[in-house]
Design a protein around this ligand. Structure first.
Ligand code: PAF
Length: 284
């Protein structure tokens, strides 16, 4: 097992990455909000495979939570997270306090139009500004060669990929497949909020995703019909309340009527008070 360091200090991460780069070593980066699960682990494992050194950040970023969202209750367990990172081969954890990341008079933001206006951007209006701002800061701090993001947050992945392109950031963004529980539920730190009854009900998300994907594979191209079929399935579960189910262009995130290009079919569904997301993509 490699010896892993943990720091909350920006200067220490910077100095370490600089030293690695001086030695000619490549640096992979996995940004997270902690409470790590096998989905995060798959990102870290891939980063370890493709880079000489790997930094994992664990920071519950206040800026990406709305005023009524779960910032205070977001699950945290640094000891467990550190053990998982070390066992998976990460070399350093960056775990800053909010004060280290945001000065009291902080007033610079990274904002994006178009891609942030659909899907989760509609029900979480401040979310992507917070994500873009913190990811930019983390890239500036860790200066990675490659950064790894999960496809479960498909809109986030598309937005970060576009931000890196638009702003000429010198990092390769790598999207990694969704990791699921044995019964199909997409892994998420928020799954811990579910009661046993809700956990069973939450299966309706992956069932609807599989159903929608099978319709597309069987040749259905009418987005309205696909969404209606998925909606009916989800509405058959009394504990589920749909936030959205949409089919969008995989690059622009704009809604489309017909499947005639690569698409993202994404949904957010409340199971009780817990908002869960899932999606499928097709390349056509
Ligand atoms: O996906 C997440 O966990 C977060 O949005 C991220 C990318 C770590 C930024 O806070």
């Amino acid at each position: 097992m490699n010896f892993m360091k943990i720091t909350g200090k920006i200067d220490e991460i910077r100095a370490q990455v600089k030293a690695w780069k001086k030695e000619g070593l490549s640096v992979g980066f996995v940004p997270t909000m902690g409470y790590l699960h096998e989905g995060h682990q798959s990102l870290i494992a891939r980063a370890v495979k493709e880079n000489d050194r790997v930094v994992v950040s664990i920071f519950v970023n206040p800026m990406q939570f709305g005023p009524t969202e779960d910032l205070a209750s977001y699950p945290r367990d640094l000891d467990r997270d550190s053990a998982l990172c070390e066992a998976t081969g990460a070399h350093m954890i960056f775990h800053p306090e909010p004060e280290e990341m945001y000065a009291p008079d902080f007033c610079s933001y990274v904002d994006m139009s178009v891609l942030t206006e659909e899907l989760c951007g509609l029900s979480r209006p401040v979310h992507f500004r917070g994500v873009c701002t913190v990811v930019t800061k983390l890239f500036n701090i860790a200066c990675p060669d490659r950064a790894y993001f999960g496809q479960k947050d498909a809109q986030q992945l598309a937005i970060i990929t576009r931000m890196v392109r638009d702003l000429n950031m010198d990092v390769e963004v790598i999207g990694c497949p969704i990791v699921r529980e044995d019964d199909g539920l997409a892994k998420s730190s928020r799954n811990t909020y579910l009661t046993p009854t809700e956990r069973k009900a939450a299966l309706v998300l992956s069932k609807a995703i599989n159903f929608g994907e099978s319709l597309v594979k069987d040749g259905e191209t009418d987005c309205k019909k696909i969404i209606a079929a998925m909606t009916e399935l989800i509405e058959s579960e009394p504990l589920a309340k749909i936030d959205y189910i949409k089919i969008v262009d995989a690059l622009s995130m704009e809604q489309i009527p017909t499947i005639d290009r690569p698409i993202l079919c994404a949904m957010a569904v409340y199971i009780g008070n817990t908002r869960l997301i899932d999606n499928f993509t097709t390349n056509l």
